[in-house]
Design a protein. Structure first.
Length: 287
């Protein structure tokens, strides 16, 4: 992927992603809100939401409930708070940097697509060798896809295992996927983890990194765009621009800084440079 493919600016609003209103923030808020609904309003009947919105292994025989492929990714176990804490922590700490690379719209498409496809992988596994009466819920399929995509872009970024042991993210991701692969075919007794969903999410991360393919690619986007209402935009005269070579060198330097220190280390001027680069290449792409 080169600079021409990176979407630093939200298409409609023109603000740099990764701030308080980032897509990752919105997804975390939605997951937490759903969890609060589960424990506050369904405490007398905790299985009600799970029956309706979690994914059941017999889904192929109940096609009218296929919405569960998506809704299951926003439910978490009401009896295990660490289920949602673990998933949302990984999404929050890794997802923001991934969103910076692709932009809000593409990141959301990737995340939702990965949840659905990870669910499909889990269904296939349960139908083939698992429990046909099993139930799955949780965001871990989508989160695993984010983990893999992050590790592909920033393989040397250090994370702290158990908040103590520094380890490169590629090592952690490899170990995690390896454990899922072994456990999927040698299920430890009492293990309630959806390893097949994790493997499906990991596969989506690899596929997206190399091809940028996700389920949104099947949507007739050009037809939809034709029906959009025209939007009024305020034109501001362009400021004096850098030469392409100088701009590319500066963008590469900023991307390297993001890789080393994270998006939060950028100055206002560096953010503005990325916005200017995005606008220039978008204009060039429309000619």
């Amino acid at each position: 992927m080169n600079i021409y493919d990176r979407d630093y600016v939200r298409e409609d609003e023109g603000n740099f992603v990764g701030g308080p209103a980032s897509m990752v923030t919105k997804l975390v808020v939605i997951n937490v809100a759903v969890y609060l609904v589960q424990i506050l309003f369904f405490q007398n009947d905790p299985d009600r939401m799970i029956d309706l919105f979690a994914m059941h292994a017999n889904l192929p025989t109940h096609p009218w409930q296929f919405y569960q492929l998506l809704t299951a990714g926003f439910l978490h176990s009401p009896n295990d708070i660490w289920h949602i804490i673990g998933n949302m922590a990984v999404l929050w700490f890794l997802g923001r940097d991934v969103e910076i690379i692709y932009g809000q719209k593409v990141f959301l498409q990737f995340y939702l697509s990965t949840i659905v496809l990870a669910g499909v992988a889990w269904l296939i596994y349960e139908q083939a060798v698992g429990d046909p009466n099993a139930i799955a819920l949780g965001a871990s399929g989508g989160v695993t896809g984010v983990l893999v995509l992050f590790a592909m872009h920033y393989p040397r970024r250090m994370v702290y295992l158990y908040f103590l042991i520094p380890i490169p993210i590629w090592v952690l991701a490899t170990a995690f996927i390896g454990w899922d692969a072994i456990s999927a075919f040698w299920q430890p007794e009492g293990d309630n983890v959806g390893h097949s969903a994790h493997l499906g999410g990991a596969a989506c991360g690899f596929l997206f990194y190399y091809t940028r393919w996700q389920l949104g690619a099947l949507w007739p986007g050009q037809w939809v765009k034709g029906w959009r209402k025209p939007k009024f935009r305020i034109h501001q005269p362009d400021e004096p621009q850098q030469d392409d070579a100088d701009l590319k060198a500066e963008v590469d330097r900023i991307l390297e800084k993001i890789s080393r220190e994270g998006e939060g280390s950028l100055s206002t001027r560096e953010r503005k440079t990325l916005e200017d680069a995005s606008r220039r290449y978008q204009k060039r792409g429309r000619r």
